[in-house]
Design a protein around this ligand. Structure first.
Ligand code: F6P
Length: 501
């Protein structure tokens, strides 16, 4: 018996990466490997339920366009397990072009620029050409998937159902315009939406990009454009008005282009809250040996995350308040990321040297101040780290949202809650006001906040954490998903959007 779908049409999700990666086994066959983050956990069940599709890069070069994608393993319990191979559309790009697209334009240009760090950005015709080429390849895939979905709907007699094409993130800002043009020419019915997972910069920054008009028009190819917070929406509207001359309505978040009205929406993404809470309840105790207080940092090794400032603030804490020596440690997890990009290699070097210097300076025979894990850890282990830490430092220099702050909150045991130290430059910083907010550039104040966090009385920790938990539980990733899908009209508005449990 097939479950009745809540959705009035299929969803075609488009993201740079598929929700799993493919690996080639020794015998030459392919296998799925899970890399489920919060987005995948939330979105995948909906794609399965509505018989939709997911288009993205599988992380590997296939032997041919037609190489068969394996089904999931029977023992696979991940959210992607029910995603059938005919629901997955792998995108293939020639490696040299993909390198220019991904390392060159996405990570070398848009990433620093959109995080308001233009000095780190490089601009080149060649990498932008590759970006356009790859976006065209994605657009072709979207159109093929759309035609298949429409044929299926027509066969079922559902001529009024228009599939939703949902494009994600800065890697794919041009795909929508191509899809819209062809869909209009061919009379293919669809709705199109976009969600940006990173910040959207101010006009002053955006205008540095030589082809900013094309990028803005590309995003405006959609009917609904989502960002995490109001500030990013307003930046986007401002750019559309000043660069493209669009008429915009800042109070209702609307933009007009070529007689079309595009809706802009701020919708902060959440996490699978109950999943993290449960994981932390069951994870074995791994920390708090020798009564030391743990100060935790968990980040991709990325210059936007403010890792260097954070480690320096920790060093300053030990200088200013030597009573913490041998009483606390900094546990920093740095997940390797974009290791082919020069800026990321330089940051790795800098961190290695800085941590080595501080450990050399303060270590005692049985104690070293910084424990540094450069690698991936499991979600179970992570949830135990979150639960057992006295303080978490989520202090990016700029960040679209930051889910580590939310995961830390979900994992807290209220019998001994930890303290969240949060940067105002993360999307989360504007909302999670009960955290200790600190400017990561002010090392002196940062060290003071760390001291305060380590000493905060139980009642204050509890009060702050209760508020933080309540909000994150209510605004979890399912809430985010349902709200977005109802705004674009793919879910009926009378659905009860309570968080998952
Ligand atoms: O949050 C932005 C983002 O690019 C996501 O799309 C991605 O999951 C994450 O950062 C990691 O980036 P990458 O896919 O380049 O490893």
């Amino acid at each position: 018996m097939t479950m009745k779908s809540r959705f009035n049409a299929p969803i075609i999700v488009v993201s740079n990466r598929l929700p799993f990666i493919l690996v080639r086994k020794e015998d030459g066959t392919l296998e799925r490997k899970q890399c489920a983050g919060g987005l995948v956990t939330a979105v995948c069940p909906s794609v399965i339920e509505c018989n939709g599709k997911w288009i993205g890069w599988p992380g590997i070069q296939l032997k041919s366009e037609d190489e068969v994608i394996p089904e999931s393993n029977p023992d696979d319990k991940s959210p992607t397990a029910g995603l059938l191979s005919n629901q997955v559309e792998p995108v293939q790009v020639e490696p040299k072009i993909f390198d220019k697209f991904y390392n060159g334009c996405c990570n070398g240009t848009f990433w620093p620029l959109f995080h308001s760090m233009p000095d780190r950005a490089t601009f080149s015709n060649e990498t932008y050409e590759a970006y356009k080429q790859v976006n065209d390849i994605f657009a072709e895939k979207i159109l093929t998937a759309l035609r298949k979905c429409l044929a299926q709907l027509d066969e079922e007699g559902r001529m009024d159902a228009a599939p939703l094409i949902w494009i994600h993130d800065y890697q794919l800002m041009l795909a929508a315009t191509t899809v819209r043009r062809v869909a209009e020419d061919e009379g293919l019915r669809c709705k199109m939406s976009f969600f940006m997972h990173i910040p959207f910069p101010s006009w002053d920054i955006m205008r540095i990009f030589p082809w900013d008009d094309e990028i803005l028009e590309g995003i405006l190819g959609c009917d609904l454009v989502g960002f995490h917070i109001d500030d990013y929406c307003l930046n986007f509207l401002d750019c559309c008005q000043r660069r493209l001359g669009c008429r915009v309505d800042r109070s209702r978040f609307l933009c007009e282009l070529d007689g079309r009205t595009i809706h802009v929406k701020s919708l902060p993404i959440g996490i699978p809250y109950s999943q993290f809470a449960e994981m932390s309840r069951n994870a074995p105790k791994v920390l708090k040996e020798k009564e030391q207080q743990i100060i935790l940092g968990v980040d991709r090794l990325d210059y936007t995350k403010g890792l260097v400032n954070r480690v320096k603030a920790f060093e300053r804490l030990l200088e200013k308040h030597p009573e913490h020596i041998e009483k606390c440690i900094l546990l920093q997890v740095a997940v390797p990321s974009r290791t082919d990009v020069k800026e990321y290699q330089a940051l790795k070097e800098e961190m290695d040297q800085l941590i080595g210097r501080i450990n050399g300076r303060f270590s005692k025979p049985n104690w070293s101040p910084i424990r540094y894990i450069y690698g991936c850890i499991s979600q179970e282990q992570l949830s135990a780290f979150y639960r057992d830490s006295a303080v978490a430092m989520v202090t990016p220099l700029r960040d679209g949202m930051n889910l580590v702050a939310k995961e830390f909150v979900a994992c807290q045991d209220l019998s001994d809650p930890g303290v969240l130290i949060l940067s105002p430059f993360a999307g989360a910083g504007g909302m999670m006001q009960e955290a200790l907010i600190v400017n990561p550039y002010e090392i002196e104040e940062f060290a003071d906040k760390l001291h305060r966090g380590l000493q905060m009385p139980f009642d204050e920790r509890l009060l702050r954490m209760k508020h933080l938990q309540r909000r994150e539980q209510a605004m979890d990733v399912t809430f985010w998903l349902n709200t977005f899908l109802s705004a674009v009209g793919i879910l009926p508005c009378d659905v009860n959007y309570s968080p998952s449990n």
